[in-house]
Design a protein around this ligand. Sequence first.
Ligand SMILES: [Zn+2]
Length: 467
Amino acid sequence: MKKWFGIFLFICCSLASQAQTKYTLAYTDSAVAYVNISLQPAAPVKGSTAFVMPRSIPGSYSISLYDQFVEDVYAFTAAGQKIPMLEDGNDAPRWYAADSSLPIHLISYRVNLGKMENRISLADASITRSGFAGILNYSVFGWLDGKEKDPVVCTVTSFPGWSIFSSNEPLLHPAKEKFIFQTDNYYTLADGQLFIGTRFNVKNYQGITPLYVAAYCETGEEYLDDYGKQGTSAMGILKEYFGELPFEQYSILLRKAVPLDHKTAPSLAMEHLQSSTFFGDTSGMRKAAMSKERITATIPTIIHHMAHSLLPLRCYGDHYRPYVLEIPPIINHIWFNEGFMWFLPYDTLKLERMKKRFVDNVYHTAPQIKQLSLQELSQLASTMYGTDFRIGTSLYSRGALMALEMNEYLLQVSAGSKSMKDVFRYLYQWSKQNKRPFTLEELPLLLNQSCQIDLGKIYAKWQLPIQ
Ligand SMILES: [Zn+2]
């Protein structure tokens, strides 16, 4: 009896683990900048279940109101009955079925990408152009409350002849018209990016792991091989630094578009578990091979964003989370996430101009910023990191200078045998083993344990406002 029950339980569990939420995204009408989305849980859910859109994207340190671009949300019953979904009356990015008495089989909605690009910065928006759609998955995909950890299968469809590249499952020769891929859960789906169209290129480079470069540039084709060189050498640098790479392949997505309002757009980037997306207008387009010096001068941002795949995306503490959330968390140590990972390219390349910029950002910024303790500045930056980039730059620069000072101290005390490299490795391995965020109280202790050298004084000094 016991045995049979065990087998029964096993069958139930394996069926449950195969239960997938089916997502679809269709971009099939280029006359209007809309994508149509549907999601269907493995089994119908209660009629009272909320559909939720994310408002917090890891690494963006801001509030992202993607719910304002979602339109025509409907629930469908298994019998095909269509029920309107109404947005929450208290400003939550949640929708509920107007009639909650019937189980929900499927949700469908559309996302107005034209409105999105008009309202928010180019780097935060999914965009459409002639022959191209560049989709940030977190800006279009929401989840059914309680189903966000279920495995996902996602089907993307577009026009005949249009290629579909997904950073979740990158391919050198992307499928055309229809592409189906799977992710562990909703969070991994939201972490991905999609390029759809005829106007982008994909190249593949062999580094420690395969590197894919997918590039769209509105005004012409970019020269990609230097990105390939930079991406593969960034892999080498990170392997050297951390002792291992956390991904089996990596994608660099480049999206250079003319802004709708014809102003210039800053060059920005966003890190993901196994990719980074680099945004900007077309002024920085690479038309030909660069000099060696230029390759070195422009590699720090690639190293920095790839390094984020280790820290903070797989090694993090406090209230930061490496997945989308409904409400942005107040994070007390963004200086660790950002500053320590800007120190890394500085330490590798020893570019004096980087150090000079850290110093300028810390000591020659607004008095209101200098007056804040490190924790206060981090809390402020939790939703305003890039809104007033003086906040972001001075915060990461304080972290970078703290790391720099710790590094010099470690080298000095250990007669050159210990450095921040040992600290990063220790923290990364600690996170792998403990599978949880470290607390703010634990962080200085972990820093000390890394090399068995007391870094407490340097840590304490940098917690204070800047004199
Ligand atoms: Zn960063």
